[in-house]
Design a binder for this molecule. Sequence first.
Ligand SMILES: Cc1cc2nc3c(=O)[nH]c(=O)nc-3n(C[C@H](O)[C@H](O)[C@H](O)COP(=O)(O)O)c2cc1C
Length: 214
Amino acid sequence: MTDRKIYDLRQNYDLSNLDESDVAADPIVLFEEWFSLAVKNGVPEPNAMVLATSDDSGKVSQRTVLLKDFSEGFFEFYTNYNSKKAQDISVQPQVSLLFLWLTLQRQVRIEGNAEKVSRQKSETYFMSRPRQSCLAAWASQQSTVLNHKKLLTDQYNYYKEKFKDQLVPCPDFWGGYVVKPQKIEFWQGGNDRLHDRLLFTKENNQWHLKRLYP
Ligand SMILES: Cc1cc2nc3c(=O)[nH]c(=O)nc-3n(C[C@H](O)[C@H](O)[C@H](O)COP(=O)(O)O)c2cc1C
């Protein structure tokens, strides 16, 4: 940075408040409200979420994935079942998700266990994707080393030819996961750094709400 130091970058958060008496008892309902507002307000890629996983030695890694559904109260995303994230989930299903909607001064954090969705569900979703995305799923050995970009485009063209004049089937190494939430925390930036944090925790199938210090 030249004319402005990083430690001078500062913004007051003053858009809204989060009050226990105003929020739904079910955090999925509150998530729906926040998500709809993010869409309505033109937040870029409002369904982009950071997924954190850990391997069997506890080493953590993160990456962005796209939320595709939460209508049943589970947070669904799709990926390659041989990827690094999928390998992590196979040994340690506890994951966390994070949505950052900066223009609304909001963050949502979710913790829970990830499980594969049914094959039928993966296939149904796969068939709804644009053809190019389906071919790209076949072409990418996600998370492994690619020595030249051309190898990827060659693979893409190979599958384009192979599946010419037919529907691209869902690869068996590709599909969805749902994260079944145990904790959902809603963060709303507040004046003077007095932010609001409401944490919902699921115990005995019931959601309990607590406020946390910011
Ligand atoms: C905005 C955005 C959306 C993405 N959506 C997905 C997705 O839905 N599924 C996916 O597998 N990767 C998605 N990616 C790529 C991942 O972040 C990541 O690079 C890839 O899944 C490999 O991760 P892994 O090696 O840790 O398994 C997305 C990346 C960005 C920046």
